[in-house]
Design a protein around this ligand. Sequence first.
Ligand SMILES: [Zn+2]
Length: 61
Amino acid sequence: MVLKGDRHRLHEIEEAEHRLACGRFGVCVDCGEEIGRLRLLAQPIAIHCTACQAALEAHRH
Ligand SMILES: [Zn+2]
């Protein structure tokens, strides 16, 4: 049994690995801006910059 959240999390990790392989790691998928190094260190699978992530989370709630 896989919880929905776990499956989504796994998908995010796979996406991150794919981008890493393509050399597009560390760039926001929304605006194309570089994701800050500190943010990547804190969250290696981050796919959005801080601004876009905040917007997404605000939208989600
Ligand atoms: Zn962004």
